[in-house]
Design a protein around this ligand. Sequence first.
Ligand SMILES: Cc1cc2nc3c(=O)[nH]c(=O)nc-3n(C[C@H](O)[C@H](O)[C@H](O)COP(=O)(O)O)c2cc1C
Length: 338
Amino acid sequence: MEKAVKSQIGVSSRLSVAPMMDWTDRHCRYLHRLLCRRALLYTEMVTAPALVRGGALHLLEYSPEEHPVALQLGGSEPLELAKAARLASQAGYDEINLNVGCPSDRVQSGAFGAVLMFQPGLVADCVAAMQEAVDVEVTVKCRIGVDDQVAEEALPAFLDRIRSAGCRRVTIHARKAWLQGLSPKENRDIPPLDYDLVLRMKQGFPDLHISINGGITTLAQARSFLDAGLDGVMIGRAAYHDPVSVLADADPVVFGTGTRSDPAEIVHRMIPYIETHLIRGGKLHQISRHMLGLFAGRPGARAWRRMLSEGAHRPGAGPELVLAALAQVPPDEISQAG
Ligand SMILES: Cc1cc2nc3c(=O)[nH]c(=O)nc-3n(C[C@H](O)[C@H](O)[C@H](O)COP(=O)(O)O)c2cc1C
């Protein structure tokens, strides 16, 4: 009999911010959470060996305000992933996601990430072991295929295997990963997007919760995918570089609740968080680097960015710098920018 899984995530998975190494750290997620109360936030990938063999439990730290938040794991050994999933669930994560989409060299050498698209049976074993170990949902993030796989065949075969292993929710980056010859960055742009294939997967797997990812830059686009029948939309780079356009309106537009958030107010709400971080010995730039895009595309954006990026590394830099940078943004813009 299949295990009953607790999910606290509910509607939040209609819109998620993608896992992005070095970008979606806890400070970034805190900022995103202030901008949008509902969207599901993903951590950077944490490898199972780092947690289980390396004991790097600090990688699991987050703020309670970040919920709902999913931890993404990288790995390919079922028992080790199960142990890592248990640690993550004990830390209070709402979901554990397995990375089957990341093509970077470092990840390939450990035989995990996108290369696992070639081994659906192993991924199924990983998912089953992880789900057995925890009560929260175990999900998968994958590509439509890798290298010379025929995506129309490989993707449904892959989904079928992981569904049999108990996976109920999957996010599909709608392009292949080419494991030879492209850098990880090129692999996010060069292989062509095939949104139609992902839409067809929803028709073929109506019981699977399917989120689409890749190249989505606006909430209007996100809405149209939801209207077309997909269950969720995951946005990565656009949410990072222009968080206000993607997230400030998301509560009312995607979740039908709440109001749009105002970026100037968000800056003020970041101040206590920054103060606490500084008191604990942290540095301003560790947080402010994620705030650079808050006024993207609006008058004052350049001065805001420049002041923050030049000043935040200086010894003693703190909230005053953030407020001085905010003063560079014309007040009219502030009230319209949300
Ligand atoms: C800087 C960066 C780091 C990333 N790190 C991860 C990662 O750790 N795990 C993962 O599954 N995908 C990772 N990705 C891929 C994103 O999650 C996403 O699939 C990809 O950027 C496509 O979505 P987008 O076009 O909305 O950005 C990363 C992307 C970027 C830009």
